[in-house]
Design a protein around this ligand. Structure first.
Ligand code: PLP
Length: 403
């Protein structure tokens, strides 16, 4: 028989979601009448807006005609979409040639590993999206990841003074799960740190469309010097409700160089052509519509809807006296239940108020004691959450008593 990849045994078991499912099922068996309030959800719930949907339908119909049919496209993606991303999302700070269209940010995060040598070292925010570490480990990179604690004490930004240098630094802003957004000054410090240490930043801007304050950077390329040290991955998933359609992009600046002086852009093109045959032509038509003026307007409405939910979730926790973070420029609210452990707080909320959340410890050691609440819910669900928490005095008392 064929040998299993040795890297699998170094991968941490993905117990978080199965365990949540198990506890939910056990609760429902005991209380079959309970109507759970699901704020654990990381998927979008609102429909794709009409202007964008119409374009998707037109594109699908076109494929059924001789004039409108198209097959394989170029591996880097539709030229019009690459131009639109360069203009509308990056104010031409990066050129269309530097944009590679993909089937989503997660897929790019995985494929990017193919660029780097086996002994590549990495650091990640702690807590953050677990895919950075898991894809690195699966691809055989050093499992000795440096976790950069990002907590309320350091304003959710790593202390760069004490940080050992690594070849790669993953950085996600707005971050999943903390909902924190790095300021321009913080990102400038990060870019300066990367330049001084010859590190490459992999910047994940999957939630950048939630940033409402124009003084907060939506892209690493708003920072001086970033093009020499950073790749950025982006996504239509949370921006346009394309989690199921699948469309994202990866920016690899032309000037980026490996330690031997060769071009990352050239190697990425090779990887994209070898491992991927281009994003769906239908999805790309939807992406073009999403970046036209009507599409952008519609997207803003949906984002506004989710942000209203986030505000309500955050305020509800603040009102019962629990420290809540994020949620202003992000769909995630990060609530501090310490000294309770994350799973303890999860169970209490489920038992007493029927609320489902995500334990923060699943996103890294510094997430212990926190829960993540998602605003990707229907407003009615968030209203029920507010009611449940406010009208459950026992729950409120238990949740807050040790704070
Ligand atoms: N990056 C972060 C930080 C995420 O939270 C997610 C999805 O939840 C992704 C990337 C995945 O995006 P996509 O759907 O484009 O693969």
């Amino acid at each position: 028989m064929v040998k299993r990849s040795p890297h699998f045994s170094k991968l941490q078991a993905n117990y978080l979601f199965p365990e949540i499912q198990k506890r939910k099922q056990a609760f429902l068996q005991k209380h079959p009448e309970a109507a759970l309030i699901n704020l654990g959800i990381g998927d979008t719930t609102q429909p794709i807006p009409p202007f964008i949907t119409k374009r998707l339908v037109e594109a699908a119909k076109g494929l059924g005609t001789f004039q409108g049919y198209s097959g394989y496209g170029t591996e880097q993606g539709n030229v019009e979409l690459r131009k639109k991303i360069s203009e509308k999302l990056y104010a031409k700070r990066i050129s269309a040639e530097e944009v590679f269209i993909s089937d989503g940010a997660k897929c790019d995060i995985g494929r990017l590993q193919l660029l780097f040598g086996q002994d590549t070292t990495i650091s990640v925010q702690d807590p953050t999206y677990p895919v950075y570490v898991d894809t690195s480990v699966l691809c055989g990179k050093s499992p000795d990841t440096i976790y950069m604690p990002c907590t309320p004490e350091n304003d959710f930004f790593p202390n760069l003074n004490n940080l050992p240098s690594t070849n790669l630094i993953y950085f996600c802003s707005p971050n999943n799960p903390t909902g924190s957004v790095a300021t321009k000054k913080q990102l400038q410090d990060l870019v300066d740190f990367a330049r001084a240490n010859h590190s490459l930043i992999i910047f994940d801007s999957a939630y950048s469309c939630f940033i409402q304050d124009p003084s907060l950077p939506r892209s690493i390329y708003e920072i001086d010097g970033a093009k020499e040290v950073a790749i950025e991955v982006g996504s239509f998933s949370k921006m346009a409700g394309f989690t199921g359609i699948r469309l994202g992009w990866c920016i690899v600046p032309i000037e980026l160089r490996f330690s031997n002086g060769t071009s990352l852009h050239q190697d990425w093109f090779r990887i994209v052509s070898t491992f991927f045959n281009g994003a769906s032509n239908l999805a790309q038509q939807g992406g073009i519509a999403a970046l036209e003026d009507r599409g952008i307007e519609e997207i803003q409405q949906t984002i506004g809807y989710y942000l209203q939910n986030a505000k309500m979730i955050k305020q509800t926790f603040e009102q019962i006296g629990l420290p809540a973070y994020g949620g202003d420029h992000s769909p995630y609210v990060w609530v501090d239940f310490s000294p309770k452990k994350s799973w303890e707080a999860f169970d209490e909320l489920l038992e007493m108020s029927n609320i489902v959340s995500i334990p923060g410890c699943g996103f890294g050691p510094s997430g212990e004691g926190f829960l993540r609440f998602s605003a990707f819910a229907h407003k009615s669900e968030v209203e029920r959450f507010k009611w449940a928490l406010r009208n459950s005095p026992q729950s409120t008392q238990e949740l807050t008593e040790k704070n």
